[in-house]
Design a protein around this ligand. Sequence first.
Ligand code: FAD
Length: 332
Amino acid sequence: MEHLTNRIWVLLEHRDGRLKPVSREAVTCAQALAGPLKMSVSLVLLGDHTIEGLTHQVDREYGLEVLAIRTESGAVCTPEIQCEVLRQSIAQEAPYLVLMGHSYQVIDFAPRLAAQLDRAFLSNCLGHEIRDGKLHFIRPVFGGKLHQEMTFLGEPPFIVSIQPGAYSNQILRTEDSPGVVWKDIPPLKQNPGRRVLEIVEEASKKVDLTQASVVVAGGRGLASREKFQLILDLAEVLGASVGASRPPVDGGWLPKEHQIGSSGQTVAPRLYIACGISGAIQHLVGITSSQCIVAINKDPNAPIFNVADYGIVGDVFKVVPLLIELARELRR
Ligand code: FAD
């Protein structure tokens, strides 16, 4: 692409007029990259005429440039159509980087998009680094057992998806909105091989810790399933979600979906309270996007204190009941 621009695109995923939470996190990632790379951020919405309301809402809320790509190519966009619309738009507008959340929808079209543009796709990224002006992304491999750092070879545009919860959702709002740019793409032919009949939301009981604003997590220091109840009590009184390091999950004290870390979920809450957790690297990679980390551990040398904003050196069985009592009092 000869006329490459210095723009970072963030593709905002939406359904029923609402943005997917991971899209906000992708915007935060774009803003973190934009300064050092001396680029600007454009938010990209793709859909039919019904995206108008959401487009204006995004414009008002974020104050960033919005590119609204409209196409009347069927009520529900298939991956083939999303891919083709984006391929055309990227070829015309030539962004430097295209960021998106790592969702089922993105998995469905982004590899195809990258192949059609003859570019690489770095998926499910957890973080980034900029060294000597070159962009590196960190992503889990082998089910989270290892992290690899990758960079792009060849020419931009680069395509990247980020893991839900890997970045915070605190978007820096700019006051002077550059406004909305509308782009209309003539209707495309539906792929005869695939037609979306209906979208059915999965009725799942899975715990989604990635979106929790307060998480109380317990580790091996809780000693047993019965004693882990203390963590559930503290979470309840704080209106928090319950997390755990790996030993409580391995011990069957609570289901795997509560595990936080490299082989569990990545969280980015406003407040993370770690109780009886030592702070092994496999746990820390899952919590580093937390805004405030409070650690309770009886060992003053526990590594968790290196990342904690507030540390309480003490016995969880003495400290946590006091916190529960205090929280109850404050709620009265
Ligand atoms: P420990 O390291 O045993 O720490 C317990 C802590 O509790 C200690 O610091 C101790 O001082 C404190 N303590 C004990 N009693 C009390 C008390 N009464 N009051 C206060 N403090 C007390 N781990 C994860 O968490 N998430 C993962 O996703 C994950 N994935 C992994 C993947 C791989 C491939 C491997 C090899 C490991 C993985 N692990 C993961 C395990 C990780 O290496 C650690 O073993 C684990 O995080 C330790 O959990 P912990 O801190 O609860 O236990």
